[in-house]
Design a protein around this ligand. Structure first.
Ligand SMILES: Cc1cc2nc3c(=O)[nH]c(=O)nc-3n(C[C@H](O)[C@H](O)[C@H](O)COP(=O)(O)OP(=O)(O)OC[C@H]3O[C@@H](n4cnc5c(N)ncnc54)[C@H](O)[C@@H]3O)c2cc1C
Length: 894
């Protein structure tokens, strides 16, 4: 088969109205475009890079405003593909200035002789896939058109400045500047009356320096942002020592880290620390002046839990109040409408202290909106401010702006990318778009990009793309295109990942909320740099899963499917378990399995505090049974939930689901009594079922003593515990009480057949295996007894049972019998709420604070319990556990 890509390499560039023929056209000569050019060339492909700028640098070419610097330490923010390059360049500061970063990128361009293939001052205006030629045709505003086999948009996430939304900019007679398009000539602000509109990263960097020059500076703030002191200076000795001690290891750790900077995963959660310990950690971070350190190293729940986040947000607000002398200004500067980190926090030098200067005024646009820009200044609805200069630091149309500015980009069948993205960007891996063959986006929406150290992400994206082009050539293919299935799966995975963080709780450029009319959605990949890298590699190892590869006169290859169907944190947990190469539980014997469970439980995060925990003993059918009672911190009495732990009737005890019981207690505001029912093989069927019933009766009879409200109790259980809860409801109905007000069944065992599809689909690989279920059944119950409704409640009479909430997980052998039970209950007239949890496995919902994506499901369970007990629903807003998501994101999460 002819290698069309190689064939075209020989064609010559032509000038004027002719067309330049290349294998690959790369748009953008920033960090990404430069590295792409270097790699593509080394791979033997002909390349042209086009950039509207006059030189290399991208971000660092355009953003020349006073104070512009990187906010990732420069030891980390640079290329790592060539150790010789690293030793040839020395950074002078912890956070390099824009001129220094621009010099660095120029140095890289020279070192690898890149400029000879770059066409500067050339904007790509439009791009069209030429079906007949199987090539992209690019229209430019300068010089020849470009025809290329592969079209790589390295156009930048933060390169399309957002136009001001204020009337009258053109009427203003003074000077107007945009931070993202700062002039190359000296801008003299000395003695001038200057306004800065916008207090994002650029504004926060520029404001202190402009304040030193201007006669008066007026800052217009719409949204207060969190800023941390950079404490710039020489690069910290400890980071340098780490890097120089093992450069390759350091870089590799960065590649597999969450944010592209090699910090270890923090495991201590906020509630495990005292106030003093948290403050000590915070002060250390404040003194360190490092964004990623502060975001990742304080406590593990800072980034995914509103309570854990509020603790640090409060400490930062306290700092702001301590720095800014005027209390009203301090209050205006204190962010209140988004969690710390949900909007990109800033690193600053003297930002808050700048407001103590007599020549600086802060205008809060939320109280005093701008009416118009006039010839002489800015008119708010309260006053007119005369100005000589207006600086717009209003940010970017992030992630999609530079892509859709090339208009139209027309793919297969005349489809335009702006139409395909009308409801939000759709990509596969953030790198490709279905219907747009041979188009690659570097740091596109759906890639980790702006949630990471972009130098690390860019290298990974470029390496992946170039390696694919080489592999295509070797296999004789000329086109590659994502499938719709793969792309839809990636969109779901992105939405799932956004549940891991608090980004969805803020209106930011991450979600498109800063651009009027832009569809809302968390655009970057929030699952982390390392996991993303692993997924990209898995796409390849699974035969280019989700891609269609073709060539003229060759059979097409399409291995269709979704790369990630598990919830992102479930995937991590299962990968971790697989890496541990644990023995099969059923091979350990009952005692060994119990010891194993105890060991596993010892290593899990401690559950969160509840009002009180009481251990006691209740009277069962044949003697005492232990219980553990979890009482809410609120004033009692509270309704009681009788809880049965999981463990296949063989493992566990009244404490083994401790984090889950605490969580249910906190969320539902009810007493949870976890029962230590007896286990097989010592006590086989029907002991567990009868113990469950007897315990429920005893607890109902002793409700007042336990601090419970009079009236019906509720029952709940997970796995085999769900089985006992379901059976208890049937026995209570048939044996004249106690009254049960509702049943919460989490992944319950409801039947004793193993022929439903979920048993074979999920037979292995999802922790609870088919073999383990066989083992549990064999130990608990002889085959002859398995049709007894006390073993298989699905076979019992279901009429007249209390309302139920039944949760099942997609990747669980027990899924289909749980669904069958819910359907059978409904058919019997029992009110049923069902949650079929997509991407979850058997233990997802009891692994509290590990499987964070289980939060919304647990919130729904708690709501169901409250409903069963006749309590009002909790309407707290800014808590992920109370489901604050927009409806579409919420639906995606389930
Ligand atoms: C002020 C500022 C500070 C930042 N600090 C950090 C930091 O500390 N750490 C970090 O990780 N990231 C930071 N970033 C993000 C930064 O954008 C990336 O780190 C990186 O520089 C992006 O490189 P890139 O090559 O992908 O895109 P860019 O550097 O944005 O380059 C894109 C290039 O494409 C060109 N282009 C776009 N469209 C067209 C077209 N149609 N035709 C021709 N040319 C086109 C543009 O002119 C531009 O030169 C910062 C961004 C800003 C704005």
């Amino acid at each position: 088969m002819p290698d069309a890509a190689v064939e075209t390499r020989s064609s010559e560039a032509t000038s004027g109205g002719a067309t330049q023929q290349v294998d690959v056209a790369v748009v953008g000569a920033g960090f990404a475009g430069l590295y792409a050019l270097h790699r593509l060339r080394k791979a033997g492909l002909s390349v042209v890079v086009l950039d509207e700028a006059e030189d290399v640098g991208g971000t660092w070419y355009w953003n020349r405003y006073p104070g512009a610097r990187c906010d990732i330490q420069t030891v980390d923010y640079g290329y790592a593909f060539d150790p010789a390059l690293e030793s040839a360049w020395q950074w002078s500061e912890k956070y390099a200035t824009q001129p220094e970063i621009l010099r660095y990128l120029g140095f890289v361009a020279d070192r690898y002789d890149l400029r000879r293939d770059i066409r500067f001052r050339t904007r790509v205006k439009a791009a069209a896939w030429d079906e007949a030629a199987q090539r992209w045709q690019l229209a430019t505003d300068n010089g020849p058109r470009v025809s290329c086999r592969y079209y790589v948009m390295a156009t930048g996430c933060l390169s399309a400045p957002k136009p001001p939304e204020i009337d009258g900019v053109r009427d203003f007679k003074g000077e107007v500047y945009f931070t993202g398009r700062w002039p190359h000539h000296e801008v003299n602000l000395t003695g001038k009356r200057v306004a800065v509109i916008g207090t994002g990263s650029s504004g926060i960097q520029a404001i202190p320096i402009i304040a030193e020059q201007a006669a008066h500076l007026t800052v217009f703030q719409r949204t207060a942002n969190f800023a941390l002191p950079a404490h710039n200076g020489p690069a910290p000795a400890d980071r340098i020592a780490l890097l120089e001690g093992d450069r390759a290891g350091y870089r590799e750790q960065a590649r597999w880290s969450l944010a592209g900077v090699p910090w270890p995963q923090q495991t201590t959660v906020s509630w495990q620390l005292s106030d003093a310990e948290r403050r000590e950690r915070f002060e250390k971070a404040w003194a360190a002046g490092d964004l990623i350190y502060t975001l990742s190293q304080l406590w593990a729940d800072l980034g995914n839990d509103v309570d854990g986040n509020t603790l640090v947000a409060d400490l930062i607000r306290e700092k702001i109040r301590s720095i800014v002398t005027d209390p009203k200004t301090a209050a205006t500067l204190a962010p209140f409408d988004h969690p710390f980190g949900a909007k990109r926090p800033c690193l600053d030098t003297n930002y808050y202290a700048t407001y103590n200067r007599s020549n600086v005024t802060l205008v809060n646009l939320r109280e005093e909106p701008i009416k118009a820009i006039t010839a002489s200044g800015i008119a708010t609805d309260r006053r007119t401010i005369d100005l000589d200069v207006i600086v717009f630091a209003t940010g970017f149309d992030a992630m999609t702006g530079a892509v859709t500015a090339v208009h139209p980009i027309t793919g297969r069948g005349g489809k335009e990318i702006s139409a395909v993205w009308a409801n939000g960007p759709q990509t596969y891996l953030g790198l490709t778009v279905a219907g747009f063959p041979n188009l690659f986006l570097i740091t596109g929406p759906g890639s980790p990009s702006v949630l990471s150290n972009m130098a690390v992400s860019i290298e990974q994206h470029v390496d992946w793309v170039v390696d694919r082009l080489v592999a295509l050539r070797e296999a004789g293919f000329t086109t590659i295109e994502a499938t719709e299935t793969a792309q839809a799966g990636w969109s779901r995975h992105l939405a799932d990942c956004s549940m891991l963080t608090l980004h969805r709780l803020a209106n930011t450029w991450y979600t498109g909320a800063n651009v009027p009319g832009k569809p809302w959605g968390v655009m970057p990949y929030a699952g982390g740099v390392g996991p993303y890298r692993a997924i990209c590699s898995e796409v390849v190892s699974r035969g280019m899963l989700g891609f269609r590869l073709s060539a003229p006169d060759a059979p097409e290859q399409c291995n269709d499917g979704e790369i990630v169907r598990l919830q992102p944190d479930v995937r991590l947990v299962l990968n971790m378990l697989a890496d541990m190469k644990l023995p099969a539980i059923e091979s350990l014997g009952a005692e060994g399995a119990r010891a194993f469970l105890t060991m596993v439980n010892a290593g899990r995060p401690a559950g969160r505090p509840v009002g009180e925990i009481v251990d006691g003993t209740l009277t069962g059918t044949n003697g005492p049974l232990p219980y553990r009672l979890y009482r809410p911190a609120t004033q009692g009495p509270h309704p009681i939930v009788v809880y049965f732990h999981g463990g296949g009737w063989v493992l566990g005890d009244e404490q083994s689901d401790d984090p889950f019981c605490r969580d249910m207690c906190r969320r539902s505001g009810m007493i949870i009594v976890s029962v230590g029912y007896r286990h097989a093989p010592e006590h086989r069927f029907p002991t567990a079922a009868e113990d469950g019933y007897a315990a429920t009766r005893w607890i109902a009879e002793h409700a007042a003593e336990l601090g419970g409200t009079p009236g019906p109790v509720l029952v709940a259980g997970w796995s085999a515990g769900g089985n006992i809860a379901a059976v208890t409801c049937q026995l209570a109905r048939d044996r004249g009480g106690p009254r049960v007000g509702g049943q919460l069944l989490v992944c319950p065992v409801t039947d004793s057949t193993f022929d439903r599809p979920s048993y074979s689909e999920n037979a292995e690989g999802y922790f609870l295996t088919r073999a383990l279920m066989y083992w549990f059944w064999d130990i608990y119950c002889s085959p002859a007894d398995r049709t007894d409704p006390r073993a298989a409640p699905l076979r019992g009479k279901l009429e007249g049972l209390p309302p139920a909430f039944v949760l099942t997980c997609e990747f669980d052998p027990l899924r289909d019998e749980g669904v069958a039970y819910a359907e059978a209950l409904r058919a019997a007239g029992v009110p049923v709420e069902q949650l079929e949890a997509r991407g979850h496995f058997h233990a997802s919902f009891t692994m509290v604070d590990v499987v964070v994506t289980g939060v919304s499901g647990r919130a729904r369970m708690a709501e169901a319990l409250r409903r069963f007990a006749g309590l009002p629903q909790d309407t707290g807003q800014l808590r992920p556990d109370r489901n604050p998501l927009p409806p579409e994101a919420s639906a995606a999460a389930e």
